[in-house]
Design a protein around this ligand. Structure first.
Ligand code: ATP
Ligand code: MG
Length: 454
């Protein structure tokens, strides 16, 4: 690829910011991820701008700005609803635990700003005036499909250990290989990831998991990084399975299962953790066959511990925990509609479509032994769930055609007995959806009230 031929279509609003800065006598470029992604024909997530102007000089030129990280040189410029991060050229010192380096020196040279960036493919800048600025052969590394540090890998990972995990994340997103000197440095310094905050690790882990090649998590294991932030996964990789249904170690099975679900955080994390209870529940029988009795429940607790440690939000923790707990709930169960309604009530309607994906992915990552039969069962669950949803059948208290207020109007006192009556009514409706009828429910409630008063 000839660098001078490269043209990047900068969106209007970003172009306006660059032009405004340049017309005021400063330099300004789009930089980093958006340049890389544009060259690759991928849609950039956001357009970051780098400039020779100091933060206060940037602020003078625009009407609506947000002080995102003034001491680190970052001002967000609002254009309508959209925000653009504009950062002054800077030289970074060592990174601290947080998102930013400890000390920052501003510099008038673009060259120095590019030098502080992590990988060659992330260290390119572009504007319409000067074209592509690629001082560290980012284009060459794109052509070679290589993740390579700018400068000495040992030094760069020494400044900020998170870059090691970012290397694997980019290799997973782009399908690239980590250059050997860069990879060697990771294997030497993997332990220093321990200094990095849980939030920063979580961000990179999730990007890795929802990428096109989540199997690359194996590379984080091989280089010694998961031992630091996910030692439970190392144990899974090291736990063999000797069973006709399986052809991989627990960890290898997990890796294969991750790519079988849609690229969405909750689903991918659920696959990562679905069998995490196996190492702790391992038993081997006289025939040498491995068993993992009770692993979903044990796994749920381990999953919660891991997700809290990595500072995941409560909604993710709640959904993933339930998926781990019930991941094999459909196994070997030929369903009828009543069974499905009860399962939806138990697992939650909110995660049920995900649960079906988890069930299928789990099977697809096992040996081919009895695969067709196992998939038929999951298909039957899916078909019946679709029917129940299309008929809007009641699967929880919210959908019951009588509620607490209705019972109070009938004379029930607020309290545990009220909840008890609602639960009893729901039980009957789960068995027979035609009973979700206001008149029928009121009559039945009346009977239950009278029975309680006897
Ligand atoms: P994404 O598509 O995930 O946003 P990105 O390359 O834009 O990928 P960001 O984390 O948004 O990654 O960072 C923007 C740019 O800032 C990077 O391309 C890189 O040049 C630089 N950068 C980010 N984090 C670091 C870091 N820890 N060390 C050095 N440079 C970094
Ligand atoms: Mg970015």
């Amino acid at each position: 690829m000839d660098r001078t031929d490269i043209r990047i279509e900068i969106p209007e609003k970003a172009k306006y910011i660059i032009d405004t800065l340049e017309n005021a006598g400063y330099e300004a470029y789009v930089v980093g991820g958006c340049v890389r992604d544009s060259i690759l024909g991928r849609v950039p997530q956001d357009w970051d701008i780098t400039t020779s102007a100091l933060p206060l000089q940037v602020k003078e030129l625009f009407r609506r700005t947000i002080d995102t990280g003034l001491q680190h040189g970052t001002v967000t410029i609002m254009q309508g609803e959209e925000g653009f991060e504009v950062t002054t050229y800077r030289i970074d010192g060592e990174y601290e635990d947080g998102r930013h380096p400890k000390d920052v020196t501003f510099t008038p040279n673009l060259e120095e700003d590019l030098l502080r960036r992590d990988f060659t493919i992330n260290a390119m800048a572009y504007n319409d005036r000067r074209g592509l600025v690629d001082l560290y052969d980012g284009i060459g590394d794109i052509e070679r499909k290589t993740i390579k540090c700018v400068g000495s890998p040992m030094a760069r990972f020494g400044e900020d250990a998170l870059r090691m995990l970012r290397a694997v994340r980019f290799s997973a997103q782009l399908g690239y290989t980590i250059e050997s000197e860069t990879r060697d440095a990771i294997t030497k310094l993997a332990g220093t990831l321990e200094k990095i905050s849980a939030e920063r690790i979580r961000t990179e882990l999730v990007k890795l998991l929802v990428s096109d090649n989540p199997f690359e998590l194996r590379e984080a294991y091989e280089t010694g990084m998961t031992a630091v932030f996910l030692p439970e996964f190392d144990r899974a990789i090291e736990t063999e399975q000797n069973h006709p249904h399986h052809c991989y170690s627990v960890g290898e099975h997990i890796l294969h299962s991750i790519e079988m679900v849609e690229a969405e955080p909750v689903l991918r994390i659920a696959m990562l953790l679905h069998d995490i209870g196996k190492p702790e529940t391992l038993t081997v029988d006289e025939q040498g066959i491995t068993h993992f009795h009770g692993h979903p429940a044990v796994g749920e607790n381990i999953a919660k511990t891991i997700l809290r440690r990595l500072k995941f939000d409560n909604d993710t923790i709640d959904k993933v925990s339930r998926l781990v707990r019930y991941h094999d709930y459909a196994t070997g169960k030929h369903p009828d509609e009543k069974m499905i309604r009860r399962a939806v009530h138990k697992l939650g309607d909110d995660i049920f479509p995900m649960f079906l994906q988890v069930s299928r992915a789990d099977i697809m990552a096992q040996s081919t032994y009895k695969r067709e039969e196992k998939l038929e069962i999951v298909d039957a669950w899916g078909d019946m769930y679709a029917k129940i949803k299309s008929e809007d059948q009641c699967v929880n208290l919210k959908m019951l055609k009588i509620n607490g207020r209705g019972l109070i109007e009938m004379g029930v006192k607020p309290g545990p007995s009220l909840g008890g009556i609602l639960d009893a009514l729901l039980e009957e409706v789960l068995d027979d959806p035609t009973k979700n009828d206001e008149t029928w429910l009121k009559n039945r409630a009346q009977e239950l009230i009278e029975k309680m008063q006897e």
